[in-house]
Design a protein around this ligand. Structure first.
Ligand code: GLC
Ligand code: CA
Length: 551
């Protein structure tokens, strides 16, 4: 692999970090995170080794869905700062070699968006056709709603004209009509605007709904929605050759592949939701089987496109692709209380809470994340093992402020803690117990471990660029794979069980090859090990142990 190729396809060896400006760092003591605060924390991201920052929506918004309800695509929400502050943050990130992408939320707008206000005003409004209006909800309208706690229909009658509008998400999020060329032009304009300000691409929100034509008129259905995706992708490439689209597409693998496009001309990256869900089932069972099966069946994305892998994101930990019984197993293991669950399909916990703070187990999962083929995506706070606060309603339980220092405001804000929109987690995950300041420089901290993982991932481009082979292991609790790049191999072994294990693998390496563990982890392999005469490799690991073996 030529170094120049690695740079050209930066997203294949990137470590992405998602944060919400609102909960990251408050600079002026009003209790709300802001761009100036984020700018002051770019150093943290740089020393962690992050190469791509993903900003959750920061656009002007009534904030009824944490900014996923946009009221103006061309401005920064005044609570978070100004466009000037945004540009200074971009400049600082660039100085540290960090690219920035942002959420592109164009399946819907806020109902407060002037476009919708104009659209709803009359049947003949010039913006009428910017949204999807019907005289009555279509007979064959899908019944499945996304937020069953608050909605029971995808259609809502609007008083102004008596017609119904489509909203896949909350009723205050009317769907844009992407079959309207004016809407398409405007979406491109929005993308172009932020790219001029330096964005390296977008995390595209709710892609299947954005492209869904099930609710549109027959005539509208005639254009292939994927041709729209291709058009957006090529528009972006014309504006900037190395910008990417990272798509949120939570569907089974077979359906998912369509979103990469035939020759890889749609999404550059797509979150691996099926693999993530299989991983939790495997963790719950302490049996690598479900994950091994999922990864073996996982299709190879075309050309330079990639899976984006993750352990947690800002939403509920969705388990919607598991069977009811499987989901119940994961619930029983990681979130048995009804209050830990949400929408009947997911958990509103972070990983440390699910594992009762078990450090060996937490570290093994991140070692796994960084060794899987695909681009790892972290959610802020994972690097220090932040917990959730179940007193914060719904999905927001995992969106509490970043914990920088001990103390009531956690170094996030100087405002009185009771002014915070979301309270910090209590014991054992309070800022007094979990913070960046406390872990920085401590050789045994999770932060140090994560920093090491990220740098090892970069030193071993095998995982980002190589060919991967899933190795057979006779121990059900062990997942083993080999990544080969330019004839050189790294073997990753992960043990999902809570006792010590010895496993014999056939790594396909020359007898006598000496292998060292790239990871500095208590439960890993301390001394170099050797491939035996018969080609086998025997690896001993402690509880929840892991290693990345390289000659
Ligand atoms: C995506 C986001 C989620 C949001 C929804 C509606 O699923 O991840 O947070 O509520 O889209 O925009
Ligand atoms: Ca502020």
């Amino acid at each position: 692999m030529r170094p120049a190729d690695v740079a050209d396809m930066w997203w294949r060896n990137a470590t992405v970090y998602c944060l919400d400006v609102e909960t990251y760092q408050d600079s002026n003591g009003d209790g709300i995170g802001d761009f100036r605060g984020l700018t002051s924390r770019i150093e943290h991201l740089a020393s962690l080794g992050i190469t791509c920052l993903w900003l959750m929506p920061f656009y002007a918004s009534p904030n009824r869905d944490d900014g996923y309800d946009v009221a103006d695509y061309y401005s920064v929400d005044p609570r978070l700062g100004t466009l000037g502050d945004f540009v200074e943050m971009m400049r600082t990130a660039r100085h540290h070699g960090i690219r920035v992408i942002a959420d592109l939320v164009v399946n819907h707008t806020s109902d407060q968006h002037p476009w919708f206000q104009e659209s709803r005003s009359s049947l003949t409004s010039p913006k009428r056709d910017w949204y999807v209006w019907r005289e009555s909800p279509p007979q064959d309208a899908p019944r499945a709603v996304i937020f069953p706690d608050q909605e029971d229909s995808l259609w809502r009658q609007d008083e102004a004209t008596g017609q119904y509008y489509l909203h896949h998400f909350y009723r205050h999020q009317p769907d844009l009509n992407i079959s309207n060329p004016e809407v398409r032009d405007e979406i491109a304009r929005v993308m172009g605007f932020w790219m001029e300000l330096g964005l390296s691409g977008f995390r595209v929100d709710a892609v299947p709904y954005l492209l869904s034509t099930a609710d549109t008129l027959a005539a509208e259905r005639e254009t292939d929605p994927h041709s729209y995706m291709r058009a957006l992708r090529s528009f972006m490439a014309r504006r900037s050759g190395d910008a990417i689209m990272l798509g949120e597409v939570n569907v089974p693998y077979d359906d998912l592949m369509r979103f990469f496009g035939d020759g890889g001309d749609e999404l550059d990256l797509s979150f691996d939701f099926p693999g993530m869900q299989a991983m939790y089932l495997a963790l719950a069972r302490q049996d690598a089987g479900p994950l091994d099966d999922a990864l073996r069946s996982r299709p190879l994305p075309p050309r330079d496109t990639r899976w984006a892998t993750f352990v947690r994101n800002h939403d509920e930990l969705t388990l919607d692709q598991l069977t009811d019984d499987q989901r119940d197993e994961v619930f029983a293991a990681f979130g048995p209380e009804p209050d830990m669950q949400v929408f009947g399909r997911g958990l509103r916990r972070r990983l440390p809470g699910m594992f009762d703070g078990d450090q060996d187990r937490i570290r093994m999962v991140y070692s796994l994340l960084f060794s899987l083929p695909g681009t790892p995506v972290l959610f802020y706070g994972e690097e220090i093992g932040m917990g959730e606060n179940l007193d914060v309603p719904g999905r927001s339980s995992v969106r509490t402020p970043m914990q920088w220092e001990p103390g009531a405001g956690g170094g996030f804000t100087t405002a009185d803690a009771d002014k915070l929109r979301r309270q910090m987690p209590a014991h054992p995950y309070s800022p007094d117990e979990i913070s960046v300041a406390d872990q920085r420089g401590d050789p045994d901290s999770l932060l140090t471990y994560m920093t090491m993982l990220i740098s090892k991932r970069r030193d071993n481009p095998h995982f980002g660029f190589g060919d991967v082979e899933w190795l057979t292991s006779a121990q059900p609790s062990v997942l083993a794979h080999k990544a080969v790049l330019d004839g050189d191999s790294v073997i990753a072994v992960h043990h999902l069980g809570d006792g010590p294990v010895e496993v014999t693998l056939m790594p396909g390496l020359e007898p006598g090859t000496q292998l060292r563990d790239e990871l500095v982890s208590g439960a890993g392999v301390a001394e170099p090990i050797e491939v035996a005469e018969d080609g086998t490799l025997t690896v001993s690991l402690g509880r929840y142990g892991s290693c990345w073996l390289r000659s």
